[in-house]
Design a protein around this ligand. Structure first.
Ligand code: DI6
Ligand code: FE
Length: 406
C-alpha cells in the first residue's frame, strides 16, 4: 500500500524556487500526501478541507524551507587521490600537461580499476554525506574512471548502490568517453568502437545508465568522435550530455544542441552561435565554478551571452578528484555568483528548477509545487541568501525525501 499520510510543515518561511525573491512566502505552509506535495502557499490561505485529524504536523519554528537541492554534475565515485597534482599545478604544471604525461584522469583510472565495489562505496560515502549536509536530495553521478566494460559497469553499480545506503535520489551517467585509456593510446578508433558496440549496449541492457556523457576537448575526444557516440546512444534511447568547451572552443555547444542533449557543461569557451543553438534546442548550460577556480582559469563562461541567448543555466559541484575536489553544492553556488557574476537567484535556480531540467526531471522535481515530489531542505536560516553567502560555516540543514524526514 502506498503511503497516503498527510503531512504538514508550517511555522516558517517557504521559498518555492519559482517567482520573485526566490518564491519566498514569509509565513508558508507545505502539505504533502504520501510522497507528493498537494499544497504550497501562504498559511492564511490553506484550504480547510486539506486537513484532517490524522495529519502529521511539523513545526518549522521559523526555519526556512526550500526545494531539496539538486547537484546535476558529479564524478563522486572514484579510487585514489590526486592531492599531489594540486601541488604540482601550484608550482606551474598545467592540467593538460599532467594529463598528457599519464597523470590526471588516467591516474584516477588506475586507482579505480584497482578498487573493489566495497572500497569505492566506502570512499564515496563521506563525499556524499558532505553534499547531503548541503541539502542535496538528488544528484547525478558519472562513471568515466573505469574505461573498460567491467570497470564502467562497476562504477555505475556503485553509484546506484549509494542511493540505497543514503536517502537520496541518484541519476547515473555513462562517461566511458572521458579519456582514451592507455591500452588504446595508439588506436582510439578501436576504443570508440568498444564503447559504442559493447560498453554502451551493456550499460543500457543492465539499465544502469540514465544518460551518456563525453569529454569533448583536445585532450580527450573530438566533435566527430562524440557525434558518432551520441548517434549510438540515441539509437539505444539514451539522452546525452556533454563536457563542452571547457579549455578551448571545440564546437561542443552546437554539437550538444544538434543531439538535443539534456545539458552542455562547463562552456567557458563556448561561442555565441553555439549558445543560441543550445537555447533553441532547450539544452541546459551547466556552470562548474569549482573546476574554473581550482584550475585558476582566466576565461569565465560567457554569462552575459548566455542570458542574451535565453539559455537556462544550472550550477553543479563537478565533484571530482582532479579539477574540482569540491563536495559542497552551496560553495559552488557561492562561487557561481562571485566568480561568474550570476545573481544569487540565478545560482539558486541553477541548483533547483534548472538542475532538475538538466537531468530531465523537471516535471516532478526542482521546485515546490502541487504534484511534485516532496523533497525539501529545511534550513537554520530565514532567507535563501543565507544558504549561499557563508564560506566555511553551513547553516544546519535537515532533509525530507519523498515526504519523509531523513
Ligand atoms: N572535466 C572535468 O571537470 C572532469 N572531467 C572532465 O572531463 C575532470 C576529471 C578529472 O580531472 O579527474
Ligand atoms: Fe565533470
Amino acid at each position: 500500500m502506498q503511503d497516503q499520510t498527510l503531512r504538514v510543515w508550517r511555522g516558517g518561511p517557504v521559498a518555492t524556487g519559482v517567482g520573485r525573491d526566490f518564491g519566498r512566502i514569509a509565513d508558508g505552509v507545505i502539505v504533502a500526501r504520501g510522497e507528493r506535495i498537494v499544497y504550497v502557499g501562504a498559511a492564511a490561505r490553506v484550504p480547510s478541507d486539506l486537513f484532517d485529524t490524522t495529519a502529521e504536523t511539523y513545526d518549522l519554528a521559523g526555519r526556512l524551507v526550500t526545494p531539496g537541492l539538486i547537484d546535476c554534475h558529479t564524478h563522486l565515485v572514484f579510487g585514489g587521490d590526486r592531492a599531489s597534482e594540486w601541488a604540482m599545478r601550484l608550482e606551474g604544471a598545467p592540467y593538460a600537461e599532467i594529463a598528457r604525461a599519464g597523470g590526471g584522469i588516467l591516474s584516477t583510472v588506475t586507482a579505480t580499476r584497482g578498487a573493489s565495489e566495497a572500497e569505492l562505496i566506502a570512499s564515496a560515502l563521506p563525499r556524499l554525506d558532505s553534499l547531503l549536509a548541503d541539502g542535496v536530495t538528488t544528484l547525478e553521478i558519472k562513471s568515466g574512471y573505469g574505461l573498460t566494460l567491467d570497470d564502467e559497469l562497476k562504477m555505475l553499480r556503485v553509484a546506484r548502490q549509494l542511493g540505497t545506503l543514503r536517502p537520496v535520489r541518484i541519476r547515473t551517467t555513462l562517461l566511458a568517453a572521458h579519456a582514451v585509456p592507455p591500452e588504446y593510446r595508439d588506436d582510439r578508433k578501436t576504443y570508440l568502437a568498444y564503447i559504442t558496440d559493447q560498453i554502451l549496449p551493456a550499460a543500457a541492457k543492465a539499465g544502469l545508465a540514465d544518460a551518456v556523457d563525453a569529454f569533448c576537448e583536445t585532450i580527450a575526444f573530438g566533435p566527430e568522435e562524440v557525434a558518432h557516440l551520441f548517434a549510438a546512444a540515441t539509437r539505444l534511447g539514451l539522452r546525452v550530455k556533454l563536457h563542452a568547451d571547457q579549455l578551448s572552443d571545440s564546437g561542443g555547444a552546437a554539437l550538444a544542441a544538434r543531439f538535443g542533449a539534456l545539458s552542455a557543461d562547463h562552456l567557458e569557451f563556448a561561442n555565441p552561435e553555439g549558445l543560441a543553438a543550445m537555447a533553441e534546442a532547450g539544452v541546459v548550460g551547466v556552470l562548474l565554478p569549482g573546476a574554473y577556480y581550482v584550475l585558476r582559469e582566466k576565461t569565465a563562461p560567457p554569462v552575459a551571452a548566455m542570458r542574451q541567448a535565453g539559455l537556462a543555466m544550472a550550477v553543479a559541484s563537478d565533484c571530482n578528484p582532479g579539477t574540482s575536489p569540491l563536495a559542497s553544492l552551496r560553495l559552488a553556488l557561492h562561487l557561481a555568483c562571485t566568480l561568474f557574476g550570476l545573481t544569487p537567484q540565478e545560482a539558486f535556480a541553477g541548483a533547483t528548477t534548472i538542475a532538475a531540467k538538466a537531468l530531465g526531471l523537471d516535471d516532478h522535481l526542482g521546485c515546490l509545487a502541487p504534484g511534485h515530489l516532496c523533497d525539501l531542505a529545511i534550513w537554520e536560516a530565514d532567507h535563501p541568501l543565507h544558504i549561499m553567502s557563508n564560506l566555511g560555516r553551513a547553516p544546519a540543514c535537515r532533509r525530507v525525501v519523498g515526504g519523509l524526514s531523513v
